[in-house]
Design a protein around this ligand. Structure first.
Ligand code: SF4
Length: 361
C-alpha cells in the first residue's frame, strides 16, 4: 500500500499538471485504448484537470463491449440444450443478445454458473462427468494465457467434458485498424496497461515506426495517467515518435514470456468479429488443431452469426474514436446502464457507460 501511495500523490500530480499546462499550445487528441484507463480517468476527474485543448477519446478496450451479439445469441441457444452447464465471468450476465441475456436465462432456470477463473469451470467439469461444461472465453491477451492453461490442463488430464466458446481478441492489429481509419485524427495513444503486461512493448512499436505516432504504456493510478498525458503532450509537441513504457513495475519490453508461451502453445491468431467494428483481420485467437476437441463451437456445431445492431447506435464510430457518446441521440434517456442498447453501454467500462455514470450528459 505504501508503494502504491506515490502513484496517488496529489502534489506530484499537481506539479505534472502545471507542466502539461505549460506544454500545450495546440489541440491534441489522445486515445486511451483500455476501458480501465477510461474508468480511472473519469473516477479521478482527469478530464476536468487537463487543459481544454487536450481531447481524450476512448478506444475499444472493454472486452465485454466488443463481444459480438451473434456470440451472445449462440450462448443463449447453447444454454437451452440439455446436459450443458455454462460457466462465465460475471460481467457477461447482462450483455444483451438479440432476444435475451444470460441473466434472463438463469432466472428461467438454465444451468449457468458465474466463475472467477476457467479453473473453477474445470473443477465443475470434473465433478459433473455426465454434463458438458462450456466456459465463455472472453477477453484480450490479458485473460488468454489463463484460458489457454485451463485447456492445456484439461487435455493433459483427459477432462473431455470441458470446452471453451472462444471470443478472445487481440489488441495491436485493432489499434492499427483505428490508425488506418482516415476519420480518426489521433495524435497519440495511451496503450493498454493490462494487455502490455502480457505482450510487452514491442507489439506497439509499429505506432512510432510505421505511423510516426507517440505512445505511452502506463498504469492505472492518478499519477500514472497524468504522467502518461505529460509525456504524450511533450512528445507530440516535439514531433518525437516512440513507445514509452512508464509501467515498468509491471510491463517488461519482451512481455511475460511464460504467459505468451502457454498462450501460443494452445492458440493461434485469426480474424475476429468485433461488436460495433465488424470483422478485423488477425485480431482474435482460435484453438490450434491439436486442441480442437476443446472448441465448443465445433463440438456443439454452433454457428456464430453476424447480427445487425440498432442503426441509431454510434458505437462503431465511438470505438474507433470518431464520435463521442454525447453525440448519440439515444444516449442517456433511451440507452443507459439499466437499459443498454449498444455495446458501449453494457458495462461501466464501456465508453458510453463511463460517460453515463460520471455524467457528461
Ligand atoms: Fe450505442 Fe447507447 Fe452508446 Fe448510443 S449511447 S452509441 S446507443 S451504446
Amino acid at each position: 500500500m505504501e508503494y502504491i501511495k506515490m502513484f496517488r500523490n496529489p502534489e506530484l500530480g499537481k506539479k505534472m499538471l502545471e507542466e502539461i499546462n505549460n506544454e500545450v499550445v495546440e489541440d491534441i487528441t489522445i486515445m486511451e485504448v483500455c476501458g480501465t484507463h477510461t474508468m480511472s480517468i473519469f473516477k479521478n476527474g482527469i478530464r476536468s484537470l487537463i487543459p481544454k485543448n487536450i481531447n481524450l477519446i476512448s478506444g475499444p478496450g472493454c472486452p465485454v463491449c466488443v463481444t459480438s451479439q451473434g456470440y451472445i445469441d449462440a450462448v443463449i441457444e447453447l444454454c437451452r440444450r440439455d446436459n450443458v452447464i455454462i460457466t462465465t465471468f460475471g460481467d457477461m450476465m447482462k450483455v444483451p443478445g438479440t432476444n435475451s441475456s444470460l441473466k434472463i436465462q438463469k432466472a428461467l432456470g438454465r444451468d449457468i454458473h458465474i466463475v472467477t477463473s476457467p479453473f473453477d469451470a474445470l473443477l465443475i467439469a470434473s465433478k459433473n462427468p455426465r454434463k458438458e461444461i462450456v466456459f465463455l472465453g472472453i477477453g484480450f491477451e490479458t485473460t488468454a494465457p489463463i484460458i489457454a492453461l485451463s485447456i492445456y490442463i484439461a487435455k493433459k488430464n483427459s477432462i473431455n467434458n470441458f470446452s471453451v466458446l472462444q471470443s478472445i481478441k487481440t489488441m495491436p492489429n485493432t489499434i492499427k485498424n483505428i490508425v488506418l481509419n482516415k476519420d480518426a485524427k489521433i495524435d497519440g495513444f495511451l496503450c493498454p496497461g493490462h494487455v502490455s503486461s502480457i505482450i510487452g512493448v514491442k507489439p506497439f512499436e509499429f505506432l512510432s515506426k510505421e505511423f510516426n505516432l507517440s505512445a505511452v504504456i502506463a498504469g492505472f493510478e492518478y499519477c500514472d495517467i497524468i504522467a502518461a498525458i505529460y509525456f504524450l503532450v511533450k512528445m507530440i509537441r516535439k514531433n518525437e515518435h516512440e513507445v514509452k513504457n512508464l509501467y515498468s513495475r509491471i510491463v517488461k519490453y519482451e512481455g511475460n514470456t511464460k504467459a505468451l508461451s502457454i498462450m501460443y502453445e494452445v492458440f493461434t491468431l485469426s480474424d475476429s468479429i468485433w461488436r460495433g467494428l465488424g470483422k478485423i483481420g488477425n485480431t482474435g485467437l482460435i484453438l490450434k488443431e491439436q486442441y480442437k476437441n476443446y472448441d465448443a463451437e465445433s463440438k456443439f456445431n454452433i454457428n456464430i452469426k453476424q447480427v445487425n445492431v440498432n442503426k441509431d447506435c454510434l458505437c462503431g464510430e465511438i470505438l474507433k474514436g470518431v464520435k463521442k457518446p454525447t453525440q448519440c441521440k439515444l444516449f442517456s434517456h433511451v440507452c443507459n446502464l439499466t437499459n443498454p442498447i449498444g455495446p458501449c453501454m453494457i458495462t461501466e467500462e464501456g465508453t458510453c457507460g463511463a460517460y453515463y455514470k460520471y455524467s457528461e450528459r
